[in-house]
Design a protein around this ligand. Structure first.
Ligand SMILES: Cc1cc2nc3c(=O)[nH]c(=O)nc-3n(C[C@H](O)[C@H](O)[C@H](O)COP(=O)(O)OP(=O)(O)OC[C@H]3O[C@@H](n4cnc5c(N)ncnc54)[C@H](O)[C@@H]3O)c2cc1C
Length: 418
């Protein structure tokens, strides 16, 4: 018989940035919470992402105007967006829903909601950075998006006009201004857009600061505690983990890209796909970038930390496959060397990491109660925006569970839409 680990109000499955943010907000409301993590806390997708806290780019993955380009990229193994051709009905169904969601109206509704979630979250991270004893490299120096073609810049101007409507200011810089103000860029550009309110941080450091805040409020964390199955009785659920059984009144599924396969144990059918991306952590370069840089057409994110430079990119729809593809990592290195003063950067002198972004076909996270199940909640599907929206996600979910008036409109994130 499995050992009992005790009773809680809420058990959270998954100790990534989203699950931990939910735990913190629930604990703030006096709820007893336990986070059950299969491996080590914050070592999933939350570990080595680009660390961007950029409301300017808090947009649904499915976007109008990109579809044909994305389709052309699909079969190119070195392109920023790739799907290995395979006969997979789940993938086909996901792609159909993705294309349907790429229409202008759902995209703009989603963008407004995600930007709001992100703005609140970035303010939270800024506050936490000023209070925590665990510094995490938070800097609010803005984001510079660089364009290599007039066509891409024209498209970006229209996108920036949209985000401006939702409260995100920007400035346009000429190619000369880009060169003068950001000498780390050596490739040719036709200009840039600068978003002054954006920020960045060290992603795993941010997770650790969140954990320490949550622990202070009494959250219990269990590592190496994979949730294997769930059974119900009238008074709640028993979650059988690799370390014993936890009894909980409510369950939150925050298992990132694995929420789909885990959800099947709860009879949920979530159209979740993991989208693999890589990051390289290299030594500090000279001149070191002043701010985050987006090499837009190459879809490469560059983040300057105090002693290191992080370079992240590529999106490959893979499901749960975490294998490394040297060709795709090589493509990131090649693009970075073409555009940045990074010397002879190679994979040999950088730490290479990969993670699975949890992606729903409509590009929106699911935050709220699931269809049918009275006590099962979702906080997942944050695709490329999990770090920049986690704190407000946690707050919204905690408000819904505790029956408070929600601080943001929960409708765009409804978890019972699947
Ligand atoms: C290259 C790259 C760059 C990115 N850059 C950014 C960025 O700059 N800004 C941004 O906001 N976002 C970025 N993202 C996206 C961001 O990393 C994710 O949206 C975010 O980390 C998702 O967090 P999560 O907590 O949902 O998932 P995860 O961090 O993956 O956490 C899920 C956890 O659930 C655990 N788990 C799974 N199954 C079980 C089970 N049965 N029992 C117990 N535990 C289980 C896993 O072990 C894992 O730790 C990037 C992603 C990538 C790949």
């Amino acid at each position: 018989m499995d050992a009992s680990l005790g009773k809680v109000d809420v058990a959270i499955v998954g100790g990534g940035v989203v699950g931990i943010a939910c735990a913190l907000e629930l604990a703030r409301r006096g709820t007893s919470v336990r986070v059950l993590e299969r491996g080590r806390l914050g070592h999933g997708c939350s570990y080595g992402n680009a660390g961007w806290l950029t409301a300017s780019l808090a947009l649904p993955l499915a976007a109008p105007g990109q579809t044909f380009k994305a389709l052309a990229w699909l079969l190119d193994r070195e392109s920023p967006f790739y799907i290995r051709p395979r006969l997979d009905p789940a993938l086909a169904a996901w792609l159909v829903r993705f294309l349907m969601s790429s229409r202008r109206a759902p995209f703009e509704r989603g963008a407004e909601a995600l930007i709001e979630l992100s703005r609140r979250s970035v303010d939270f991270w800024e506050r936490l950075a000023s209070e925590t004893t665990e510094p995490f490299g938070f800097e609010r120096n803005g984001l510079l998006a660089v364009y290599e073609s007039k066509q891409a810049l024209a498209f970006a101007r229209r996108r920036a006009a949209l985000t401006a409507r939702f409260g995100i200011p920007h400035e346009e810089w000429t190619a000369e201004q880009v060169r003068d103000r950001e000498p780390a860029i050596r490739g040719l550009s036709v200009g840039g857009l600068f978003f002054p309110e954006d920020a960045h941080c060290e992603p795993y450091g941010a997770v650790r600061a969140l954990i320490s805040e949550a622990r202070r409020l009494g959250v219990r964390f269990d590592e190496q505690a994979e949730v294997l199955d769930v059974s119900s009785n009238g008074a709640g659920d028993h979650l059988r983990t690799a370390r014993g059984v936890v009894h909980a009144k409510e369950i939150v599924v925050a298992a990132g890209a694995w929420s789909g396969s885990f959800g099947r144990r709860l009879n949920l059918r979530l159209p979740m796909l993991g989208a693999k991306g890589y990051s390289l952590l290299a030594r500090r370069v000279e001149p070191h970038p002043v701010r985050s840089i987006y090499l837009t057409e190459r879809k490469i994110a560059v983040t300057p930390h105090a002693e290191t430079l992080r370079i992240a990119g590529t999106l490959e729809l893979v499901g749960e496959d975490l294998s490394m593809d040297a060709r795709r990592v090589g493509a990131i290195v090649r693009d970075a060397r073409a555009m940045l003063e990074v010397g002879e950067l190679s994979t040999a002198d950088a730490d290479v990491w990969r993670g699975l972004r949890p992606c729903m076909p409509d590009g929106m996270p699911a935050i709220g109660r699931t269809r049918g199940a009275r006590n099962v909640w979702l906080a997942t599907g944050h695709q490329m925006t999990g770090l920049k929206t986690a704190p407000a996600t946690g707050r919204l979910l905690a408000e819904l569970i505790c029956g408070e008036a929600p601080s943001v409109d929960p409708a765009p994130f409804r978890a019972d839409r699947f």
